[in-house]
Design a protein around this ligand. Structure first.
Ligand code: MG
Length: 396
């Protein structure tokens, strides 16, 4: 396997010199139990689609089959295929319903070079990616419904676009409003079932950053209701005092677009307001945040995130932030503190293989991490274990 360039020392130095340190929430400071979470979302989605009479009741019997779609898959909407691509955007694996597509078929569909030329990493231009574990259930359900459609189980056959709209439209609906739907009812009732307790390392990192005189912020796309319930449960209210400013519903990647002028609003009153330290806000835009921070050189802001595009590439390209990637899959070879789901999926998943690799090349996502991140770790726990030694050595 190709290794990422060694970047630890340079990153620690940038962290030492930085003025602000920001964190994404989901899959960064909150470490989910992927299997339990995905099974629950899969179940909620099926029920929602039956309730809204989009599909007949028999879709409820479709089992959760993790092999159908893994993190990193890209959905070619028109053709109804899930594919994996390498750093040159060449399709290396493809699945349509129950059919694994061979190289000849892949070339017939995507041309002799097998390239998804128009894919930019963003969810547009006929493609939809599955870059986090939150999106897995939708990818798996898309594949299962495509298989049923191919077998003619819904009468008139639907095309890829129509199946896409039903599955991903229902997904958006499920997560859109904290006061609507089964996911937000089930999740808060049993948070330990869906989330690993990573609070010890996270709080130690935040406390150390405060000792170093850094300003800290939370920048997440999750809504304030969900974020508050989740973080209060995990960190027992202690976390708020370690963040200088909290930004919810940020709509990354648009947040980082220099032309975006979406105003910040107060998370409680929902009124447009100016940023202040110790405030809690939602929406917003990068220009106002950078002006508030009074930072001209983006490198002085360090951001910890997991999403290769919306957290990391866009923050690096648009703002030159120093980026640390949380890539759980870096821990493939060890079971140390790691989610069994990822390990079992990767040792057994013969169809998709490694998230970061395509043979001897990087996968598309591996290449993004390599180009646009300053350092990569498997989780905040492992970051803390390595960094605390370095930090203590220099401060004692
Ligand atoms: Mg995230």
């Amino acid at each position: 396997m190709q290794a990422f360039p060694t970047s630890k020392k340079a990153f620690y130095e940038k962290l030492r010199r930085s003025k602000y340190v920001g964190f994404d929430m989901d899959h960064t400071i909150v470490k989910y139990k992927h299997y339990n979470l995905s099974v629950m979302i899969f179940d909620c989605l099926k029920k929602l689609m039956v309730k809204e009479k989009i599909y007949p009741k028999k879709i409820l019997q479709q089992p959760f089959v993790p092999e159908c779609c893994v993190k990193g898959c890209i959905l070619d909407i028109k053709n109804g295929n899930l594919v994996k691509i390498d750093q040159q955007k060449r399709v290396t694996r493809a699945l349509h319903g129950d059919k694994i597509l061979d190289k000849k078929t892949i070339k017939e569909i995507y041309g002799e070079d097998r390239k998804l030329t128009k894919f930019t990493g963003l969810r547009k231009g006929g493609y939809w990616s599955v870059p986090t574990y939150f999106d897995l259930a939708e990818g798996i359900l898309f594949n299962r419904i495509t298989a049923m459609n191919d077998r003619g189980e819904f009468g008139t056959k639907r095309d890829g676009n129509s199946i896409f709209k039903t599955v991903f439209g229902s997904g958006s609906k499920l997560f859109r409003d904290y006061n609507f739907g089964e996911f937000y009812q089930r999740f808060p009732r049993n948070i330990p079932k869906y989330v690993n307790d990573n609070s010890f390392s996270t709080l130690n990192i935040l406390k150390t950053l405060k000792k170093m005189g850094k300003k800290t912020f939370l920048l997440t796309n999750s809504n304030p209701d969900y974020g508050t319930v989740l973080l209060n449960n995990l960190f027992r209210n202690e976390w708020k005092s370690y963040f200088d400013i909290i930004l919810y519903s940020s709509k990354k990647p648009t947040f980082f677009d220099p032309d975006n002028n979406n105003p910040f609003i107060d998370a409680k009153t929902k009124k447009r307001t100016k940023l202040q330290f110790k405030g809690v806000y939602q929406n917003g835009n990068i220009t106002e945040l950078m002006n508030f921070f009074r930072i001209e050189n983006g490198e002085e802001i360090v951001y910890f995130g997991d999403h290769p595009i919306t957290d990391l590439r866009e923050a690096k390209i648009n703002c030159n932030w120093t980026t640390l990637a949380i890539v759980e899959e870096l821990n493939y070879c060890t079971n140390e503190g790691h989610d069994e789901y990822i390990n079992s999926r990767n040792s057994r998943n013969l169809l998709w293989g490694n998230y970061l690799q395509c043979g001897n090349n990087f996968s598309y996502w591996g290449d993004v991490f390599m180009k646009y991140t300053d350092h990569q770790v498997s989780d905040l726990g492992s970051f803390w274990e390595k960094w605390k030694g370095d930090w203590m050595l220099k401060n004692n």
